[in-house]
Design a protein around this ligand. Structure first.
Ligand code: HEM
Length: 544
């Protein structure tokens, strides 16, 4: 079961930060935007705002407890010993327990007091005061706590950075809530544009604080260009910045639409397109949170100069070349495995590298072909009696990868299906990814078919795609391993970014009203697919 624990451990941190943002961002929203003690709001509006904070705090308490259980589980299966009482003395355990207990108390207070008196200023102040120890405890869960120089300063700016992130992400969740209420006519329709306008200011302040605190941390933890481009830490920061740039573009569109509404009384963007932009922005912000957690679990670039790749080495992994279309036999591969996986005196295996290159390159042929067909279908839609066939390509890709990904396990190798899936985190991730590719293909084919009656099916492709992207972004266990491991990861992280773009753009293609904008979003999604396919097509593993 170690594999399952490893897999859950890589995801739980991101889920934790999403709940954190909903709870803390919700409190900031209440204290600075809503101020329900000084203005009148509909009861439904206030109760759903408080409920969101309650879910955030309760979810965070649960996730934090779950994260500690997974850590104990992982240590138990990896080290073969029960980690207590030693683990109870660690900072991670103590800070984790504080967060769990404090958030449990906050959830209780919000559920039993704030929800009954949502207009009481005291109740809001008390809830915020209750959350403070959990915010402070977060300082011990990031790198700052382990530094010798400027420890207190680094811990302080990390906490401020986390609060600013929560204000932005939590605010977006509150906005979606307001939109949901206004589509049900449960609140005054003018609240939507008014809060959008106010949120523009909150977003700008959050961004300024994120940059003012993020940049000194980045400069403190990364001391060279090679560290930025050639380590897992730097690479994940780069990914964060890329995703941030796209989220900012969507934030700009929201802002423009809101200004048009107030200055020119133009409603079109505000009620038709902006809700969808905000949903897509949420995909991106959640991905940034998952990436941030991955980043904070990697050794800072400044600590690993000996295992840092040069930027030339990193770029070389993306260099175009003729894809490998012939694979070594299974026997050739297995013959090299004992040497390659030996703990001492490892012998590189050409067959293993070629096996992996072949898998990736052939997957690249699948994905680029699918992308080209998707682009054609977007420009010249298929006849009205049938949908496009390209989604089925993902189903075939899933089958191909299921057979080839883990040659040591069933169906090719001697290790059984369940044994391999539950014992190895990597195999479990492969199994989930291949199953998802298969299901995405089948469901998207059905969803796009004119006879499809299940209107919700169309959302499965972007949702599963985003989940796949998060898996790629969080599966960064390079740690202190040789730089070859980083070079393998660099391509996978970039594919994670493109998966998030595919998912968010597809979401927009489904949700937007304007046919032109929908077509553009569809093309962006298909071009991101093409980029992802090209990374796979030219993928080349270093021999180690
Ligand atoms: C200029 C932009 C940004 C820079 C330079 C930056 C930089 C960083 C750095 C270096 C860390 C790692 C701290 C460590 O290693 O302990 C970090 C953590 C973090 N960042 Fe950012 N960041 C930026 C924007 C954002 C944005 C837009 C968000 C989310 C909306 C965000 C959310 C976070 C969170 C939640 C953490 C803490 C992760 C954890 O608690 O495990 N950052 N950031």
């Amino acid at each position: 079961m170690g594999g399952l624990a490893d897999f859950l451990d890589s995801l739980v941190g991101g889920v934790d930060r999403v709940f954190f943002s909903v709870a803390i961002g919700g409190l900031i929203w209440g204290m600075f935007m809503l101020k329900p003690w000084s203005r009148r709001y509909d009861e439904k509006h206030l109760s759903s705002t408080v409920t969101l904070i309650y879910y955030g705090a309760f979810g965070l308490a649960l996730t934090q407890g779950f994260a500690l259980i997974i850590k104990v589980w992982l240590m138990n299966v990896t080290l073969g010993v029960w980690p207590f009482p030693a683990f109870a003395d660690t900072i991670q355990f103590k800070a984790g327990m504080v967060r769990m207990i404090v958030m449990g108390c906050l959830a209780f207070y919000v559920g039993s007091k704030l929800s009954l008196q949502p207009t009481s200023k005291n109740a809001w102040y008390n809830a915020t005061a209750l959350a403070i120890p959990a915010l402070i405890a977060g300082a011990w869960l990031a790198h700052g706590a382990g530094r010798f120089d400027g420890r207190i300063q680094l811990m302080t700016i990390t906490v401020i950075h986390q609060i600013a992130a929560a204000a932005w992400v939590g605010g977006v969740f509150q906005l979606i809530n307001i939109w949901r209420l206004s589509t049900r006519n449960a609140i005054d329709p003018m609240l939507w544009p008014n809060f959008l306008k106010q949120f523009g200011k909150l977003g700008l302040v959050s961004l300024a604080v994120l940059m003012a605190t993020g940049l000194p941390m980045a400069i403190g933890y990364i001391d060279s260009w090679n560290g930025f481009i050639g380590t897992g830490y730097g690479n994940l920061l780069l990914v964060k910045l890329l995703l941030l740039a796209i989220a900012l573009f969507l934030a700009y569109l929201n802002n423009r639409g809101t200004r048009e509404f107030f200055e020119q009384n133009r409603e079109t963007l505000l009620f038709r397109e902006i809700p969808s932009y905000i949903q897509a922005e949420t995909f991106l912000l959640v991905s940034i949170l998952f990436t941030a957690v991955s980043l904070a679990t990697q050794p800072p670039a400044i600590d690993i100069p000996k295992t840092t790749a040069t930027w030339q080495e990193t770029l070389a992994t993306f260099k175009p070349r003729i894809p490998l279309t012939t694979s070594p036999t299974h026997e050739e591969l297995m013959a090299g495995e004992p040497g390659r996986t030996a703990i001492i005196g490892q012998v590189p295996s050409r067959a293993s590298t070629d096996w992996s290159d072949y898998n990736h390159n052939v997957a690249g042929i699948f994905v680029t072909t699918i992308a080209v067909l998707a682009i054609i279908a977007s420009l010249r839609p298929p006849p009205p009696h049938r949908g496009p066939y390209w989604p089925l390509g993902f189903a075939f890709l899933g089958l191909f990868l299921f057979i080839r990904s883990d040659p040591e396990a069933w169906p090719l190798g001697p290790i059984g299906f369940w044994e391999s899936t539950l014992e190895s985190g990597e195999i479990l991730q492969h199994r989930i990814a291949t199953f998802m590719a298969f299901m995405m293909g089948v469901m998207e084919y059905k969803a796009r078919h004119p006879n499809n009656s299940n209107k919700k099916l169309i959302y499965m492709f972007p949702l599963l795609g985003a989940f796949g992207g998060l898996m790629l972004l969080t599966h960064s266990h390079v740690g202190f391993q040789p730089k070859t491991a980083f070079l393998i990861q660099a391509g996978h992280t970039l594919m994670g970014v493109f998966a998030i773009i595919i998912a968010s753009a597809r979401w927009l293609e489904i949700r937007l009203n304007d046919p032109k904008q929908r077509q553009i979003a569809g093309l962006i999604s298909a071009f991101a697919m093409l980029q992802l396919g090209m990374i796979l097509l030219f993928y080349q593993e270093p021999l180690y």
